[in-house]
Design a binder for this molecule. Structure first.
Ligand code: RB5
Length: 147
């Protein structure tokens, strides 16, 4: 699986930590920016990455801003996206098992790098449980079809 990763200027340092973790663990990724020193409006990078996940170019993605909130709200406007803002490992596990979250969002100004990497690792290595959760996720996706 090739992962998509992106951030605004508020998340660029945590993004670099996660990219380093990917490289050390032979995980392939594509970086949607921003670069260090560049100021980027979070909806722009969130939209680009979310569209690429929704159209199947990437199976899953990670978005980071200062709080994780702006990229989460933005990504969830794209049909087919289930972006989950996680600040703890339990939520990261449940976001995959119960919600089949295809985008993880993180806040660099909220979550330190050690915990963030544990959240990323858990989110990457947890499968969707299916069953009754599939029925519920289908109901989420029906909401956007009926708008
Ligand atoms: C940028 O300063 C900041 O507003 C952004 O990174 C994010 O926290 C928004 O939700």
């Amino acid at each position: 699986m090739v992962l998509a990763i992106g951030s605004d200027h508020g998340g660029v340092h945590l993004k670099d930590e996660i990219k380093h973790y990917f490289t050390e663990n032979d995980i392939e990724f594509f970086d949607f920016g921003a670069q260090v020193g560049e100021s980027v409006d979070y909806p722009d990078v969130a939209k680009k990455l979310a569209v690429a996940v929704a159209d199947g170019t990437y199976e899953r993605g990670i978005l980071i801003c200062g709080t994780g909130i702006g990229v989460s709200i933005s990504a969830n406007k794209v049909h087919g996206i289930r972006a989950a803002l996680c600040t703890d490992v339990y939520s990261a596990q449940m976001a995959r098992e119960h919600n089949d979250a295809n985008i993880l969002t993180l806040g660099e100004r909220v979550t330190g790098p050690g915990l963030a990497l544990m959240i990323v690792e858990t989110w990457l290595n947890t499968a969707f449980a299916g069953g009754r959760h599939a029925r519920r996720v289908n109901k989420i996706m029906e909401i956007e079809q009926n708008r």
